[in-house]
Every structure is written in structure tokens, then in C-alpha cells.
Design a protein around this ligand. Structure first.
Ligand SMILES: *Cc1c(COP(=O)(O)O)cnc(C)c1O
Length: 450
């Protein structure tokens, strides 16, 4: 289905947004938000998702698509097709199903490649995220006596920290010496790109692998992956990204950025459902590199010879060669339902709406003008996706509990941060307006009680 692009929105060209610019673009009233929704060419996609409802039958304001994306209404149909073919064909479904299971992961490849800016041969859908991170580190973290460190961002997602530390130990090194964590300057809330580049320049000779979250899950900061990759390669470091919060959120161009590898889950912005299957990118330059160590399994073996059950392992060229197992059809079916929607809309349109929607949220939050709240996410659009992380002073979790009572599903992170992610695919300008209205009313009522 083609949707006419009748919306004419003004986008800021300047990378450093200041409040003045926002004030010229937006208005703090419901009519303005409703009007933005009426002129939003992709607003109708909201209706393709189930919006969770409160006890009173009203929809929640759902701002946690960064944790678990909503269910596309079409998912049931996709899964039922596979259940039907399993019911009527049994094992024959591997070749005879409407979507033969033998090749099912391939139906996802092109669509996923478009989302992350990879060539189809560089992208595969398999396993789950932390598993893929380990598989990639097996191949791309090959420490030596002098070059054995891994650079991550401080306060990276815990699973990434555990995985990385365990890999360092697995190779007989000490995480206390080999884990380099870069953090924001004292008094600042996110990491300056120039600090990352400087650190790589200074310590790169001892760094084997740079592995950052493309978007930090806590602050919402999006890193300059192209510049970091370039700086890393200058020092012969391998460079990979965890795109759990990047895939389906940012405009990505992994192939041209020359990233060595990337991994991401699909249950966040990509709406594949709880525990959904993961995505993995391996740059073309490594497609046939037999000197890379890798853990092998039969699904990565030459497709034409897979069922010959031979002893010798011949990996498929490209990312598919890292597959281990017979792929899970039902989670892939639910992911396919969502990727078909992404493919129809396209990342460009989503990204345009996303940056406008999030700027509107930023504008309204600044309008509250209350010293108890501040935004710790960069105001530069090039350094964030749709998420804003709001630091709440002096109110603790009680403020968050109150917005929850008022029908907002957001996310609380200790010690003092509320993360909100208006997702362009199914959130509206009205959602954003109502959320800030609820938040500011609670702040006003709390003025004497805190
Ligand atoms: C969500 C998330 C994970 C979760 O990993 P799973 O293996 O899917 O449980 C890991 N890393 C990051 C950065 C995440 O945001």
C-alpha cells in the first residue's frame, strides 16, 4: 500500500537544537498536537498494532517500545500459516510449506538488511542477542599479549558487560586490566564523541575490540558509529556495535560505515514479540575469511550439502555462515509480520517522524520549566534516536508511580531516570502532549509535598 506524502513538516537543519528553535516550531496546546497527527502521513500505522488498554478500557500511553515493541495485528495470521502447514504436512513443511521452513530465515534477510544498511549477504537472523554477541566475539575478539583490551561505554547494558568480561576471562586475561570503560566527563550526562576518538587514538594499540551500544540504553545517546569505526580501524582494532536500541530506531548504514560486526534484538523497536530472534551483521570483507575463529553448527554449512551429513565443515559465505541451528520458525514468522510493515513504511519516513516527534517531546518538557526534571539525552538529533531519558530530582520513584497510575507505561531506571520512547510507528503527537500534561500536573501538585 502506498501512502501519499501530504505532510509538510519543517525540519531543523541545524544539529544543535536550542530552545528558541523549538519554540518557533511547536505549540504547547492539544489542538496543535491533534493537528500534527492529522497531517502525519504515517499516523494510520498505529492502527496496525494492538495498543495495551487500562482496566477502564482506555488505551495506555505506551512509551516503552524500546523495551518491548507492540504486537502487530497481523502477527497471528503469519504464525497461523506455519501452524497450519505443520498440522497438515508435518516434516514435509521444510520444503512444501507455503513459506518453506528450510529457507524461512532468507525471507527476512533483505528486509532486515534495509533496516540496518547492510548488504543481504552481510545480514542473518538467528539465535538471541547475547548469544550472537558471544559468537561475534569468538570471531572478532582475538587478544594477544599486547593487544587484548575491549573498549565499551561505562554503564553499558549489563548483559553486554557480563558477556564481555566472560570473554576476556575465557582468553585467560583479567577484566580489571582489559576492560576499558569510557564515561561522560564529570558533571556531564553523555559521552563526547571527541573523547571517544581521543581515547582510541591514545590507547588503540592495546585495544583489540571496540564494542559499544549503538544507542546507550540508559541515556539514549546514539554514538557516531562511522567516526568510531574509522578511528578504531586506524589503530587496527575490530569494531562492533550492539544495536539493541538502534535497529528500527536510527538510520543505519553499517556496510558503508565499514563496521566489522553488529548484533541486535528484534523485540524492542522491531516488534517481534517477547524473547524474539536476533539479528546479526558481518561485514562483507569477512565473508570468506577462513582465518577467523568461529563456533560452527550445521546450519552454517554449505546449503547444498547440508543434508549430505558430511564430516567436513564448509561455511556458507557471508553472515549465514555463522548460523548454528535449524532456525525457529514461529519467532521468525512474528518478526516477518513486523518487518513487512517496516518495509512498507521505510526507515526514512520513520526517522523523519521520529526526530520531529521526539523534538516535540523535548520542547514540551522544556516548557514545564521545573528544576526537578532535566533531560540527560543529547539535544543534538544526530546523537539520539526516539528515546529521551528524564532525570527526576527530589521526587524519587514516587513521581514515576504516579504517572503509571495515570495510564502511562514508561520505564524507571535506578537511581533517578524515567525513560520514554515515543515510537514513530505507533505513537502520536497527542500521546506526547498528554504524557507531558500528566507529568506537569503531578509536578505541580507535588510542589509542597516533596
Ligand atoms: C535489550 C538488550 C540486551 C538483551 O539481550 P538478550 O540476549 O536479548 O536478552 C542486551 N544488550 C543490550 C544493549 C540491550 O539493550
Amino acid at each position: 500500500m502506498q501512502i501519499p506524502y501530504f505532510c509538510k513538516t519543517i525540519f531543523i537543519k541545524n544539529t544543535s537544537i536550542n530552545n528558541k528553535l523549538l519554540i518557533n516550531m511547536y505549540e504547547n496546546n492539544l489542538e496543535f498536537a491533534l493537528n500534527k497527527d492529522r497531517n502525519d502521513s504515517i499516523a494510520l500505522y498505529r492502527d496496525k498494532f494492538f495498543m495495551p488498554k487500562q482496566g477502564n478500557g482506555n488505551e495506555f500511553i505506551y512509551f516503552t517500545g524500546n523495551s518491548l515493541g507492540l504486537q502487530p495485528k497481523s502477527v497471528r495470521k503469519y504464525i497461523e500459516q506455519e501452524l497450519k502447514d505443520w498440522e497438515t504436512m508435518g516434516v514435509e513443511g521444510h520444503f512444501n510449506a507455503k513459506n518453506p521452513w528450510m529457507f524461512y530465515h532468507e525471507f527476512l534477510t533483505d528486509k532486515m538488511a534495509r533496516i540496518v544498511g547492510g548488504l543481504p549477504s552481510e545480514v542473518v537472523v538467528m539465535n538471541t542477542l547475547t548469544v550472537n554477541l558471544h559468537l561475534m566475539m569468538v570471531s572478532f575478539y582475538t587478544p594477544t599479549k599486547v593487544k587484548n583490551k575491549i573498549l565499551i561505554e561505562k554503564n553499558a547494558f549489563p548483559s553486554d558487560q557480563y558477556a564481555i568480561k566472560s570473554q576476556i576471562e575465557f582468553h585467560g586475561f583479567n577484566p580489571a586490566e582489559c576492560l576499558v570503560e569510557i564515561e561522560a566527563k564529570e558533571g556531564e550526562t553523555y559521552i563526547r564523541t571527541e573523547d571517544i576518538l581521543q581515547l582510541i587514538d591514545k590507547e588503540g594499540d592495546s585495544i583489540a575490540l571496540i564494542m559499544l551500544g549503538g544507542v546507550n540504553y540508559y541515556t539514549g545517546q546514539a554514538f557516531d558509529m562511522q567516526a568510531i569505526t574509522e578511528a578504531g580501524h586506524k589503530k587496527s582494532c575490530r569494531v562492533g556495535f550492539d544495536l539493541a536500541h538502534g535497529a528500527g530506531n536510527l538510520l543505519l548504514d553499517l556496510h558503508n560505515w565499514n563496521v566489522d560486526f553488529a548484533v541486535w534484538c528484534t523485540y524492542k523497536y522491531l516488534n517481534s514479540g517477547p524473547g524474539g530472534i536476533s539479528g546479526c551483521f558481518v561485514h562483507k570483507k569477512h565473508a570468506d575469511n577462513s582465518s577467523l575463529p568461529r563456533f560452527a553448527g550445521w546450519w552454517g554449512h554449505n546449503k547444498a550439502r547440508r543434508f549430505l551429513m558430511e564430516d567436513e565443515y564448509l561455511p556458507i559465505s557471508g553472515a549465514e555462515g555463522w548460523q548454528l541451528s535449524n532456525a525457529p520458525i514461529l519467532p521468525m514468522a512474528s518478526l516477518l509480520a513486523s518487518l513487512d510493515i517496516f518495509d512498507e513504511v521505510g526507515m526514512e519516513k520513520l526517522n523523519k517522524k521520529s526526530s520531529d516527534l521526539t523534538s516535540y517531546l523535548e520542547y514540551l518538557l522544556l516548557e514545564i520549566n521545573d528544576r526537578r526534571i532535566s533531560i540527560i539525552t543529547p539535544s543534538d538529533k544526530n546523537q539520539r534516536g526516539c528515546q529521551l531519558s528524564i532525570r527526576v530530582k527530589d521526587s524519587g520513584k514516587s513521581l514515576f508511580d504516579k504517572i503509571t497510575e495515570q495510564g502511562v507505561i514508561a520505564d524507571w531506571r535506578e537511581p533517578d531516570v524515567i525513560r520514554v520512547a515515543p515510537v514513530p510507528l505507533y505513537n502520536s503527537y497527542t500521546d506526547v502532549f498528554r504524557f507531558v500534561e500528566i507529568l506537569s500536573e503531578i509536578l505541580e501538585n507535588n510542589i509542597n509535598s516533596s
